[in-house]
Design a protein around this ligand. Structure first.
Ligand SMILES: *[C@@H]1O[C@H](CO)[C@@H](O)[C@H](O)[C@H]1NC(C)=O
Ligand SMILES: *[C@@H]1O[C@H](CO)[C@@H](O)[C@H](O)[C@H]1NC(C)=O
Ligand SMILES: *[C@@H]1O[C@H](CO)[C@@H](O)[C@H](O)[C@H]1NC(C)=O
Ligand SMILES: *[C@@H]1O[C@H](CO)[C@@H](O)[C@H](O)[C@H]1NC(C)=O
Ligand SMILES: *[C@@H]1O[C@H](CO)[C@@H](O)[C@H](O)[C@H]1NC(C)=O
Ligand SMILES: *[C@@H]1O[C@H](CO)[C@@H](O)[C@H](O)[C@H]1NC(C)=O
Ligand SMILES: *[C@@H]1O[C@H](CO)[C@@H](O)[C@H](O)[C@H]1NC(C)=O
Ligand SMILES: *[C@@H]1O[C@H](CO)[C@@H](O)[C@H](O)[C@H]1NC(C)=O
Ligand SMILES: *[C@@H]1O[C@H](CO)[C@@H](O)[C@H](O)[C@H]1NC(C)=O
Length: 669
């Protein structure tokens, strides 16, 4: 892995001589453009979605929400991202929840659902040049006409995706720059060509296509064998490429991106992983863009991949958030380069571990980023990296050609440190004076330096946010007070199905404003979604609780709904969720189960609930026992509980069916 950089500069004899002199010497690295430039740089990005990773962000109170967005998107402030990639919601579970589709049903169209529109607008507000990308993880069921497959009717799928792009412009004035195929699932050449044709026909020839958001193969091989496919794909996007590409991908001559990467807990390991791949994706794999999954860890931490974002903002109830090290690691690149700059050809590995890249705007600006991340700090969750060593080393960089006249360069520095004793994040050091077009650095392990002509770098700053607080133990939502920007009630994290605000103006009484589950058909899923729908809320550490909710079944005979407590999982294992579930059905029965799939029944009987009537369910869980009330009267009591000991509260339905919920409350300990 530690390829010597000397091959760029010194004849073998000189190298041998240097080796003989021993360890105190500095290795030399030439930076030059005389042999031409490397590839065009396309930017560093963050991914909101895949799925529901920004769920809690939208409900942050001001000024904290603005601050978080500034740390992510504001130029010369924090991560100053060049790219925002979002999920095109598909009504199905896509890792940490579901995101709503703009077309739940064939005759349905609505471009105001979810929070991705809002997020894209907030990003654009801060950086009008930010690149926008959309990618589906799943599709509503009607797209597949009952099949779990989106390519049998490729014209319908293309129409659906292009509608999203047109809606972005029409309703939000957002220009989507790139669109993908189907995240980490199979692609279909006929569909990709039809997508291009449909985009062009809609006057969207400026929208480029990324494929296939999976591995380098087989897409690269398909492109080499099919010139029409080769023509319509602009970028090959691979996920978690481990900094490497394959020969066939290079042969296509296309831009190569790591269109999803990182996915690592955002402590010192995550920061080191991110620093390493931001450089080495180009050095080892010729990739000119890297996109972080995910943008911001704004989902309950006990969902899959908790805290795998560039920063953490998962407490809208307290306003607490944490600007984690990956924000400042990102700044080392993003604040000193822009899409459209070019890499120099003289990039590579450092002699004793680590790497360096250099980029230029072609108008005299030069930015060099050097990282020396050791194994401990740079282990990325996927894929496991082979062991490698990094040791302290001295390095001398020679800037040649048009850069040889530079006399000073700005320096920004970070050091990662598990004990935080010597941790430094994105600090500006005294400018370097160049002598004879050269400068030297004493590089320790786990450091990152940016050495640059760019003078606009800044470490943005806001006062400490409020302290971390647990989710409030008494919580109530009657769904009457709404934020018109959002279609979802705060803090409810849908894990199957979609729960939206609903207004029934013909309701004569208290249920004009409700929350409604709206997915009526199993989606073309991305993972093994549950057959039931469920939305979780609260604290995962809750043990005893009383959950009360008014419920309205809309499907006669077969419909059913539940309230639950101690729900122990969401994400793609949601179908295996355990807890305590209190169900009522339109056939007049009730049951108490340990699991969402209703395999372990603790109690069942008659309740007399019917569709199209409002009822109040109360679930009371205390220690080893639980009781249930219907409309305030005991229905079952002192049932001995087994299964999970703690978890979220939840509401849900027994199938993909319409149902409404109102006046939700929970009191927990
Ligand atoms: C780097 O150079 C300094 C100053 O010449 C020297 O003291 C130090 O030992 C060198 N470090 C390494 C790792 O070679
Ligand atoms: C956007 O890009 C243009 C052209 O590259 C540049 O002049 C302008 O300064 C950029 N704006 C921001 C906010 O970065
Ligand atoms: C890929 O990167 C390597 C190492 O920087 C370089 O030698 C090679 O020319 C690049 N290949 C292409 C096709 O860009
Ligand atoms: C670094 O990694 C080594 C080997 O994996 C381990 O023994 C050591 O404890 C780690 N150090 C820290 C600070 O985590
Ligand atoms: C911090 O840095 C100082 C000076 O470089 C060094 O002596 C000390 O051992 C470091 N402390 C830790 C905990 O790494
Ligand atoms: C480099 O970028 C800066 C902005 O930081 C700009 O003002 C300057 O003109 C550019 N060119 C050179 C040669 O520094
Ligand atoms: C709206 O309220 C009216 C009057 O109570 C009722 O008949 C109707 O079913 C409700 N619609 C829905 C979708 O709940
Ligand atoms: C839960 O309730 C049981 C029974 O009332 C009680 O013994 C236990 O201490 C409670 N646990 C918590 C965390 O409040
Ligand atoms: C809503 O629920 C709370 C607590 O369960 C109760 O006090 C209140 O009366 C209910 N409101 C309505 C409109 O049902």
């Amino acid at each position: 892995m530690a390829v010597s950089a000397r091959r760029f500069l010194a004849p073998p004899v000189l190298g041998l001589l240097l080796l003989l002199i021993g360890s105190g010497r500095a290795a030399d690295y030439m930076l030059d453009v005389r042999d031409g430039l490397g590839r065009e740089f396309d930017g560093i990005g963050g991914l909101s979605g895949g799925g529901a990773t920004s769920r809690l962000l939208v409900n942050y109170p001001e000024p904290y929400r603005t601050q978080i967005l500034d740390y992510l998107f504001k130029p010369n402030f924090g991560a100053s991202l060049h790219i925002l990639k979002v999920e095109i919601g598909g009504d199905a579970q896509s890792t940490d929840g579901t995101e709503p589709s703009h077309m739940h049903y064939e005759d349905d169209e609505n471009y105001f659902r979810g929070y991705e529109w809002w997020l894209m607008k907030e990003a654009k507000k801060r950086n009008p040049n930010i690149t926008l990308i959309g990618l589906p993880w799943a599709f509503p069921g009607w797209i597949g006409r009952g099949e779990a497959w989106p390519y049998d009717f490729p014209d319908i799928t293309a129409y659906y995706v292009v509608s999203w792009i047109i809606g972005a412009k029409q309703y939000h004035d957002l220009d989507i720059d790139y669109v993908g195929i189907w995240n980490e699932r199979s692609f279909d050449s006929k569909y990709i060509k039809l997508l291009r044709y449909t985009l062009d026909k809609a006057g969207l020839d400026r929208v480029k296509i990324i494929a296939s958001d999976n591995l380098w193969q087989p897409i690269s091989m398909f492109m080499l064998l099919d010139s029409e496919l080769h023509r319509v794909i602009d970028v090959i996007g691979a996920h978690y490429p481990g900094t490497h590409t394959v020969e066939e991908a290079l042969k296509t001559g296309k831009k190569l991106w790591s269109s999803e990467d990182y996915s690592t807990f955002n402590d010192e390991v995550g920061g080191g992983c991110w620093a390493r791949i931001l450089n080495q994706n180009y050095v080892n794999g010729n990739m000119t863009s890297t996109i972080s999954w995910n943008l911001v860890a704004s989902y309950y931490e006990e969902l899959p991949f908790g805290r795998d974002g560039l920063m953490t903002a998962k407490e809208p109830w307290s306003g607490h958030y944490v600007v984690e090290s990956p924000i400042w690691i990102t700044a080392h690149t993003t604040q000193f380069t822009q899409p459209g700059w070019h890499y120099l050809r003289t990039v590579g590995h450092l002699e004793k571990g680590g790497s360096y890249v250099a980029l230029t705007d072609g108008q005299g600006n030069l930015t060099i980023i050097i990282e020396t991340m050791s194994h401990n700090h740079s282990k990325c969750i996927r894929p496991p990296l082979p062991d490698f060593t990094v040791s302290p080393q001295n390095a001398t960089f020679y800037v040649k050609g048009p850069f040889s006249k530079l006399s000073t360069l700005q320096v920004w520095y970070s050091k990662l440190d598990f004990k935080h004793a010597n941790r430094t994040l994105f600090r500006q050091l005294a400018p370097l004076k160049l002598t004879g077009g050269a400068f030297s650095l004493e590089l320790d392990v786990d450091e990152i330096y940016t050495v640059t002509t760019v003078t606009t770098g800044q470490k943005g700053f806001y006062p400490e946010p409020p302290k971390s607080q647990p989710f409030p133990s008494r919580y109530q939502d009657d769904f009457n007070v709404r934020n018109p920007l959002f279609s979802e009630a705060p803090n409810f994290a849908d894990q199957s199905g979609v729960y939206e605000y609903f207004t029934n103006t013909s309701d004569p009484g208290e249920h004009v404003f409700t929350l409604r589950q709206v997915v009526t058909q199993r989606p073309v899923t991305w993972v093994l979604d549950a057959d039931q729908t469920i939305s979780v809320i609260g604290s995962y550490s809750w043990t005893n609780m009383t959950v009360t909710c008014d419920i309205y079944i809309e499907t006669p005979e077969t419909g059913g709904v539940f309230v639950a407590g101690r729900v122990d999982r969401g994400g793609s294992p949601t179908r295996g969720a355990k807890g305590l579930f209190f169900w009522v059905f339109a056939d007049g029965t009730y049951s108490v189960t340990v699991d969402l799939m209703r395999k372990i029944v603790l109690k069942k009987g008659l309740a007399g609930v019917r569709a199209h009537e409002w009822h109040t369910l109360t679930l009371h869980i205390y220690g080893h026992f639980a009781s249930g009330l219907l409309n305030g009267y005991p229905l079952w009591k002192d049932v001995f509980t087994v299964g999970s000991r703690n978890g979220w509260a939840a509401i849900g339905t027994s199938s993909f069916e319409l149902a409404q919920f109102d006046n939700f409350s929970v009191e927990a300990s």
